[in-house]
Structure formats: C-alpha cells, structure tokens
Design a protein around this ligand. Structure first.
Ligand code: ADP
Length: 743
C-alpha cells in the first residue's frame, strides 16, 4: 500500500492534441520528481484513469527526456465518452485513489478542464461511496480527502478565457503562416485570389493574427460577423488592393465564421461571391489538421514548460480549500485563476457568439484582440490619398539585422499613409540619412514585406558619431523631415538619444524621434521582447534539435554557441525550449569552480549511461572561458567516456523569414509608433520615445529614461524579467540524484 506521505501526481493530456503538450508533460514529471513527488502518466486522456491497469504508469526522469521537439502528445490523448458519465468518473476516481494519486495536472481544452473540475468536486462523494461499498479501504479515503487539480489549456485555437495564450496556438500560427507564404508566391505569380480556411470554431484568433502576419487582405472571424453588404465590401477591398499594385489577394476565414444572420461563411461561399461579382475563380485551401502538426515552436515549448512547472507546484502545495486552478499566462507571466471561473467565463463567451451577441464576445476577448481587428483593417485597406502638404516621416534601421524589420517598415508605411503622412525610407541607416539616400515609400512599395527576412532598407551597426550630427541636421532640413522613426537595436537607441541631446546645437533636430525595438538579442530597455528575438529563438531551437539527433548514437557532449552579445536571453530560452543540460549566460559570473562541478556532473551522467550532454553558451558569456576553451576543458576530462563537439550557430540566427509572432509584434509596435508620431506632430511637440511591450501591453518609454534602464557597460537592461526562469531551466535539466539511464 502507498505510504500516506508519498505525494503522487498524475498528468494527462485530453481532447484535441496540441503541439507543446509534451513540454508540459516533461515539466510536470521532472519538477514533480524534483519536488519530491512520484509522477504518473495517465494515458489516452481520461480513458487511462477509467480503465486503470496499464492506463496509469509511473513516469521517471528519463522517460520524459528528449520529447519536447515532438508534436502531439507522447502519453496519448482521447475523447472519453465514459468520463462524461458519473459512473465513468467514479471508476476513474477509484483507479486514481487506489494508486494514491490525489493530485492531477490536466492538459486539455475547455471540455477536458470542465471534466477535471467535475471530478474534483465529486471526489469526496465518490471516495465515501467506494469506502461504503468496501471497494476502497477506509485509510485511503481518509488520507486522500481532496483531489487537487491544476488545468493547463492545450488548444491551438487560443480560445480560453483566463490565459493570454494556449499551448499549440503559436505552433499552429507557424503552420498557417508557412502556408500563407507559400500560397502568396504562387498567387502573386498568377495574380490569383486564394481563400484559406483555418481552425477556430468560436475564436478567430488564428485567422486574425495569421492574416496580419501573412499580409492577407481580409479576415472573417466568428466574433465579428461582417454587416449586411459584406460581399460588396470584400470585393471592393480586393479591387482596391489590386489597384494599389497587389498581385495576389488572400482572404483568411475561420471555420466558425458567419454572417449577421448566423449563416456560416464558408470558403466555398466566399468563392461564389468572388466569381459572381468579380468574375474571378478563387482557389480554396483548407488547412485542416496540418495546423495541429509538426514540431512545436520555441514559444510553445517554453510556455508549456513554465506552465507545467507551475502546475505541479500548485497541486503539491495546494491547501484543502484552494479549489482547482487554471495555470495560464497573463501579460508574459504565469498566472493562476480558479479553474471553474475560467471555464464558466469561457462558456459564456461561446454563448455570446452562438447567440449573436458579437460586440460582447469581442470585448470579452480583451482589448488587444479588438485592437488586432482594427489593425488588420487598416493594414489591408489603408487610405492612400495624402493631403496636399503631408508630414514627412523618415524611417531607418540601426544595429544588427533582425527578422521582422521589413514587417515593421511595411506597417509604418501602411499605417502612416492611412494617417495622411508621407513615409520616407532611408537606405543604409544613419549613414544613408547623412548621404541623403531617401525615397518615398508607398503601400505598393512594401507589398510582400510582411514575411520578408532581412532588411530591404539595409541596416548598419554603429552609433551615430558626433561629427555626423551636422549632416543629419542638414538632411532633416533638406528633405523636410518632420519626424524620425528608428527601427533597430541599442545602437539605434543611443543614436536617437544623441540626436535628442543635440537639439540645442541643431534646432532642426527638434522633431519627434521614436524608436521601435528590433534586435534578435532582446536586450533593449522599455520592452520585454524585441522584434526578431522569437525568430532567432526558433532558428536556434531547430538547429539544436538537429544537433541532438545527430549526437544521439554517440556519447557526446555538445557545446553550442548562440548569439546575444552580453544578454543571455536567447541562451536561456533556447536551453529551456530544447532541454539542454546547462546554459552559460553572461549574467552569471562563470568560475572555474562552476566548470569543475559541471565536469563532475557531466562525467557522472555519462557513467550512468546517458548519451548526450548539451551545453548552450552565450557568445558573451565570459571573455576567457570561450566556447573553444569549454569544449577543450570537457574533452580533457572526458576520460574516454564521451567525446566533445562544438557548434557556433552564427548568422543562421539573424536570417530567415520572421516568425508569425515577430510579424505581429512588428505591426503592433509600428502602429503605436505611428500613433505616437501623429500625436506629437498634431500637438506641435517633439516627443522622443521608445515603443515597447510592458507586461504584454504596448507602452512608451521616454528616451531620457533610457540611461536609467540600461547597464551601458554590459549593453543590456538592468532589469531582465526572464532571469527568473533560470531556476526552471536548472530544475528540469539536471537529472535528479539516482536516475540511472536504462537504454
Ligand atoms: P477539449 O478538451 O479539447 O475541449 P472535448 O470537449 O472533446 O475536448 O473533451 C475531451 C474529453 O474531456 C471528453 O472526451 C470527456 O472525456 C471530457 N469531458 C469533456 N466535457 C466534459 C464534461 N462536461 N463532463 C465530463 N467530462 C467531460
């Protein structure tokens, strides 16, 4: 019989599968073991609990090694009809209690979480009945009075109240946007229209954000049915876009889209409209299950890891009256809310959609959701006629290349034009500005830039030199520049600060100056995330997946160097997402003593029969303990137990097309940058601000505050929110004592 002091946790994945569920399972298992509990997998969703026997099995530390990169869920998921019935749930309670499992982490959609909540409510009654029937011994009933539950939302639709993102949504966005990119190129070649149907029965998040990221023309979502006459509005907007120079037209439709009378708007219906009114035969692509497939994105892995870690902590520390909790993310932080409240609120939103209370439904999804809807409208239908004497806004890049820079310039151009400004693109950064290399950008010029990697305007590292300021001031005069937008990294911020400081000497510099954060390093003040970091992270994680695969057969230690200069964001987040054993960050002062300890644990690991030790090192981690030095130290101590390889990932991290997240972030930040410039120009002010994300919301930081926020010696923010995740990474990476590997 199970000792009453042993805490046993069950973990299950239920309902529709979603990429990232495995990272959650790994985090629950490893954190649970580290916190001193025993962890059990409940296979095939609730079915495993209903069936008992092989349906419930112990999960060891190594059982969950190397599963994060896999799509779907390794412990299986199912829809379990029996669990919907009281008898089925009682049977599940019996099997769980008999094994001493009275803590459960459920990863699933709102149906699964409703079931979980029901089970926890009914648990005391079930156990009393089972004891009365003589099926369960009284001591088990006495020692497991409560079923503690934590729910994590796994659903690609991002359709849950109580969490800003659900597991699988970001990966599904990757699949959709890959498809939109592919469709765009063929559509553009033939000047065709494509109608693309994506998932989302009651929530249009995927359709909306994919349309923004994929540069689509129109999106139809369940929460915002178009008004009467939408057919003409759709055709008119496609017509106007073609007149503006677009070669392709893309309409994204959520599977649950409908019109005001509740009639579904299907892809076929849209095609019929286009054929009738435009005489054009549109092509339909229904993405279907592709959206659930593939390897999880870096974000889904790290977010699911954080949620799993917190969920197991929640069930292990819960008091008898805490009630079931939903572990979600809110404003970039893990947050717990009462599970039942979240489920009820969610069902209320579903009812609003079903009953046609659309405004309420849109509002219930939160402000930023409604903002996205407005953003897509303006991006796809900007006003293009400028006033007689428009304000002229120059936009340029500064610093290293960041994927998403083009998406930001595109959004500035479209939204700036809509606001009645003339947008001047500066080629070659500040040097180009000094040399007068400016050209007017029209919506036609930036067509197709949403998903384009690199920087069409060019970007240069280096801070504006004091002797260049005169040339900048002259360029501002000559080209009648009314405001300056800098899309770039810390070099850009420093340059912008210089411009602002020298306004006394050069009065023409007394114009609004706005910085938009774009660097893969994620080392900028006033923002939690920068444009480009997510793309780089995905490139790194993909590369590590391959390296891991290549090393599996050998006993090998890999030291992988990633970018980030003196900021360890990419290193820590890639280590967390890829499941590395060790991360060397510039923020930790690495010592020889640390390295000696690492060699000891590495050696022990290989002695225990493990095949791989993965260490990720930030390029700026230490001036002397370079990647090569680390690799040599490890090699010197290998004692024929393992060999060592190093890989410097290099510029693949800066290349590639921007990820969906970076595209949407670029558009959101650019929208606020344009709004900030418009407000300043309208009021005759020369505001100097940096746009950023603060707690998930768009925020502005005055440039004069930047010095307080940045550690200039290390060129990174003084306060970095993500450092608290170091503990999660370490707790899940190092094998707990006594976990021998049995191949
Ligand atoms: P999702 O969790 O993705 O929303 P479902 O709604 O199909 O998917 O639910 C998955 C499983 O969760 C169901 O097959 C059933 O076992 C359980 N479940 C769903 N709704 C309930 C409910 N109201 N009561 C009990 N169990 C439920």
């Amino acid at each position: 019989m199970v000792s009453p002091v042993t805490r046993r946790v069950g973990v299950l994945t239920s309902g529709g599968d979603a990429q990232g569920m495995n990272a959650a399972v790994r985090a629950v298992a490893r954190a649970g073991i580290r916190f001193g509990a025993e962890v059990f997998a409940i296979h095939e969703g609730y079915q495993g609990a209903v069936d008992g026997g092989d349906g419930i099995s112990a999960l060891g530390w190594e059982d969950v090694g190397g599963i994060q990169h896999r799509g779907g869920t390794v412990i299986g998921t199912a829809r379990c009809a029996a669990f919907r019935e009281r008898a089925g749930r009682k049977q599940a309670a019996y099997h769980l209690a008999a094994q001493g499992i009275d803590r459960l982490v459920v990863v699933g959609g709102d149906g699964s979480l409703t079931g979980a909540n029901l089970l926890s409510t009914e648990w005391p009654q079930f156990l009393a009945e089972l004891a009365a029937d003589g099926v369960l011994p009284a001591d088990i009933v006495a020692t497991h009075p409560t079923l503690h539950i934590a729910g994590i939302v796994g659903s690609i639709d991002n359709d849950m109240v109580g969490t800003d993102m659900t597991i699988g949504t970001d990966s599904a966005m990757h699949r959709i946007v890959e498809a939109l990119d592919a469709i765009s190129s063929t559509a553009a070649s033939h000047q065709r229209t494509f109608v693309v149907e994506v998932m989302g029965r009651r929530c249009g998040y995927l359709a909306l954000t994919a349309a923004i990221a994929g540069g689509a023309d129109f999106a139809l979502i369940p929460e915002a049915p178009p008004g009467d006459g939408w057919e003409e509005e759709l055709c008119e907007s496609l017509r106007r876009a073609r007149e503006r120079g677009r070669r392709e037209s893309i309409v994204v439709v959520a599977e649950g889209a409908r019109d005001r009378s509740g009639e579904p708007i299907t892809a076929d219906r849209i095609c019929a409209v286009l054929e009738e009114r435009l005489g054009e035969q549109a092509r339909v692509t229904i993405l279907g299950h592709v959206q659930r497939g593939g390897s999880p994105s870096a974000f889904d892995r790290s977010m699911a890891t954080m949620m799993g870690y917190d969920a197991v902590d929640q069930v292990l520390t819960a008091g008898p009256n805490d009630g079931a909790q939903l572990v979600g993310v809110h404003r970039n932080r893990v947050r717990r809310v009462p599970l039942m409240r979240a489920v009820q609120e969610n069902q209320a939103v579903a009812r609003m959609v079903d009953e046609g209370r659309y405004e309420q439904a849109l509002a219930a999804r939160g402000d930023s959701y409604a903002d996205l809807f407005g953003l897509l409208r303006t991006l796809s239908h900007p006003r293009t006629t400028l006033p007689a004497d428009p304000k002229r806004i120059a936009v340029l890049h500064a610093g290293g290349l960041a994927p998403g820079m083009n998406a930001a310039v595109r959004a500035v151009t479209l939204l700036g034009s809509d606001a009645g400004h003339e947008i001047l693109g500066v080629d070659g950064g500040f040097t180009g500005l000094c040399d007068g290399r400016l050209r007017t950008l029209t919506p036609r010029d930036v067509d197709g830039w949403a998903g384009l990697g690199g920087a069409e305007l060019g970007s240069r590292r280096g801070v504006l030199a004091p002797e260049q300021l005169y040339a900048v001031a002259r360029a501002v005069d000559t080209h009648r520049i009314d405001a300056l937008l800098v899309v770039g990294g810390l070099d850009g911020y420093e340059s912008a600060q210089r411009i602002v400081r020298e306004r006394g000497r050069y009065p023409s510099l007394d114009i609004p100056v706005v910085c938009v954060p774009a660097t893969i390093d994620n080392n900028l003040p006033g923002t939690e995330l920068t444009v480009g970091a997510d793309t780089a992270l995905n490139a790194i994680v993909e590369a590590i997946d391959r390296i891991k695969q290549s090393a599996l057969a050998a006993h090998r230690c890999f030291v992988i160097e990633v970018m980030g200069r003196e900021c360890g964001y990419l290193t820590l987040m890639s280590a967390l997402s890829a499941g590395a054993e060790r991360a060397y960050l510039p923020e930790d002062d690495l010592t020889l003593t640390d390295l000696a300890a690492d060699v000891r644990s590495m050696t022990q690991r290989f002695r225990d029969g493990h095949g791989l030790f993965l260490a990720i090192r930030a390029e700026g981690a230490h001036p002397y303990y370079t990647t090569d030095v680390l690799a040599r130290i490890f090699e010197a101590e290998a004692d024929d137990l393992y060999d060592v390889r190093q890989a410097v990932l290099g510029h693949v991290q800066q290349g590639g097309n921007p990820s969906p997240f970076d595209r949407v972030l670029a558009a959101r930040l650019a929208a606020d940058a344009v709004a900030a410039v418009s407000a300043a120009l309208g009021a005759g002010r020369s505001d100097a601000v940096a746009i950023g994300l603060d707690n998930g919301e768009i925020a502005r930081t005055p440039l004069r505050r930047v010095d307080d926020l940045v550690d200039w010696a290390r060129r990174r923010p003084r306060d970095q929110w993500w450092l608290r995740l170091r503990r999660v990474m370490r707790d899940l990476a190092e094998p707990a004592v006594g976990t021998r590997h049995t191949p």
